[in-house]
Design a binder for this molecule. Structure first.
Ligand SMILES: [Zn+2]
Length: 271
């Protein structure tokens, strides 16, 4: 199994998931077709499937053009996204398994960012779209803190810690700046921020992360951290400090973080 990240649009990631045994490939979240076609050509694989994590245009924008060029493509998405994903052929339920060549894939329903968000698990990898980012999560457009907590910490979080996390946007550096602000004594956050700044300065990609790193650095999964709990209590004195209430408060803090002060504004408005 091979995973090839395909940078799309301004900061989106599509991914080519390749089954080495059969040469079949699926593309996760094709925002636009041309970079996907280029990656397919370069890898010398046969594109047979589109795997959409949710219906947003910056994750499905290339569906139509790819289908026009490859009419037999399977198009996977959650059952509740039927009618919102161009060309959807397969309506998945939570836990449903399917194959891509000789690879076994499993859909995990992850409501929170949208009602129909899914992650795809394959081997030691999971594709999380806008549910889990490196050190972040998507905004709660169609869901509640309860849903996002379950999606991040129970459903995706149930996967083994070495699992590689392939996420939907290159927001890692800004996310880690926020993580450092709400949990300043977290050495793993500081170390990763230093590493990521150097990587970005040289044009590198920060994908994938691992679940191990997310449990250590993602402020939406750090409900056990005494420092984070203190910060939440200071910002939101009525908070009962349950894991769900902490996630809700951290999400509100992130929504307002950096508003009016540069790049974080556009980040928090878009995701
Ligand atoms: Zn989205």
């Amino acid at each position: 199994m091979k995973v090839i990240p395909i940078p799309c649009l301004k900061d989106n990631y599509a991914y080519l998931l390749v089954d080495d045994e059969t040469g079949e490939a699926g593309v996760v979240d094709p925002s636009e077709a041309p970079p996907v076609e280029a990656a397919v050509k370069q890898a010398g694989v046969r594109l047979t499937a589109i795997l959409n994590t949710h219906h947003h245009w910056d994750h499905t924008g290339g569906n139509k053009a790819l289908l026009a060029a490859h009419p037999k493509l399977k198009v996977y998405g959650h059952a509740s996204d039927r009618g919102r994903i161009d060309g959807q052929t397969d309506a998945l339920q939570h836990g449903q398994e399917f194959t891509l060549g000789a690879l076994r894939l499993r859909a995990m329903h992850n409501p929170g960012h949208t009602a129909g968000a899914v992650s795809y698990a394959a081997g030691d990898a999971v594709f999380t779209g806008d549910t889990m980012f490196a050190a972040g999560c998507g905004r709660l457009f169609e869901g509640t803190p309860e849903m996002m907590f379950a999606s991040l910490c129970k459903v995706i979080g149930s996967l083994p810690r070495p699992t590689r996390v392939f996420f939907g946007h290159e927001y890692t550096e800004n996310n880690l700046r926020f993580a450092a602000a709400v949990e300043p004594d977290n050495a793993a956050v500081q170390a990763k921020l230093t590493r990521v700044r150097a990587l970005r300065a040289s044009g590198g990609l920060t994908t994938p992360s691992t679940l191990e790193e997310e449990w250590a650095t993602n402020p939406f999964m750090r409900f056990d951290s005494p420092t984070l709990r203190k910060q939440v209590q200071a910002a939101d004195p009525g908070n009962d400090l349950s894991p769900v209430a902490i996630l809700g408060a951290v999400r509100r803090m992130k929504d307002n973080f950096g508003v009016g002060s540069g790049p974080l504004t556009s980040v928090s408005l878009r995701v």
